[in-house]
Design a protein around this ligand. Sequence first.
Ligand code: GRG
Length: 305
Amino acid sequence: CGAARAVATAFDLQSYMEDKRLLTEAALDASLAPTCEENTLLVESMKYSLMAGGKRVRPMLCFAATEMFGGSLDAATPTAVALEMIHTMSLIHDDLPAMDNDDFRRGKPTNHMLYGDDVAILAGDALLSEAFHHVASQTAGVPAERVVKVLAALGKAVGAEGLAGGQVLDIKSEGKPDVGMDTLTWIHTHKTAALLKAAVSCGAILAGATDEQVKQCEVYALKIGLAFQVADDILDVTQSTEVLGKTAGKDEAVDKTTYPKLLGIERSKEVAQELVDEAKEALKEFGDKAAPLNGLADYIIARSN
Ligand code: GRG
C-alpha cells in the first residue's frame, strides 16, 4: 500500500516537460506574425529559428520556478516566450560566419544560410528587442514592480555580465594554450548559466518570491547552468555530430578549451553530478514543491542532445 502510494505521488518529469513544451510551443507560435507585407521576410526569418524545435529548457525552468512559489503559468508565459526569443537570438548570432560559422543547427540550415547574414543579424536584433516588448506589453495580473524586476534580470543576462560578456571571452580565448578552469568557468557562467539563472529567478520573481528565496533559486540556477555546459562538452565528445544535428563549426579547427580537455571525461561527469547535487541542496527547504526543478536538474546532465 505504501509502495502504491509512492508510485501514485511520484513526480512524472516526462509528462511535466511535455506539458510545458507544448505550452511553450503554442505561446511562441502566437507571439509573432508579420504586421504588413513589408516586414514579412524579417518576421519569417525570426519565426524560422524561433520554431525550429529546441528543447525549451529555459521556459520550463521559468514555469517550474513560478509554480514552486504558487505563481500562475499564464502570468509567466510572456517571460517564458521572451527567454526563448533571447536564446534564439544568441544561437542565430553564434552561428554567423563572424562567430562559429555553422551551416546547420538542430538538423536544419542555420538562419544565415537561408536568409543571408544581413537578414539573420537583424532577425537576432529584432528577437532581442521583441523579447522585452513582449514581457512589458503581455504580462498580466502581476504587480508592475515585479515586471520591472524581470526586465532588469533579462537585460543583465544578455549584456556584459551575461551572454555577450561570456561570448567575447570565449572567442578571445580560442587557440590560447593557457586557458584554465577559472577562465572556462567565467565564460560558461556568463555565456550559458546567466540566461538559465534569469529563467529561474524571473519565474520566482513573477510569483512574488522574497529576495532571499530568489537568491536561493539563483544558487540552484548557476549550478545547473554550469552542469548544463559540462554536459554539453561531454556530449560533443561522446556523440556524433549527426546525432546532435549540428555541424562542427567550420572554424572549430581553432582549439577551444572544454571541461573534458581540462578534466577528462570521467571527472567531468563527476563534476556535473556534484553541481546537480549542490543545485538540489540549494532548494532543500522547498521540499516536494522543488520536484520539477530537481527533475530538470537531473535531466540537464542525463540528456542526449
Ligand atoms: C547579440 C547581445 C548579443 C548577445 C549574443 C552570440 C552570443 C552573444 C552569445 C552566444 C551564447 C551561446 C550560443 C551560448 C551557448 C549556450 C548553449 C549551451 C546553447 C545550447 O542550448 P540548448 O541545448 O539548445 O538549450 P536548444 O537547441 O535545445 O534550444
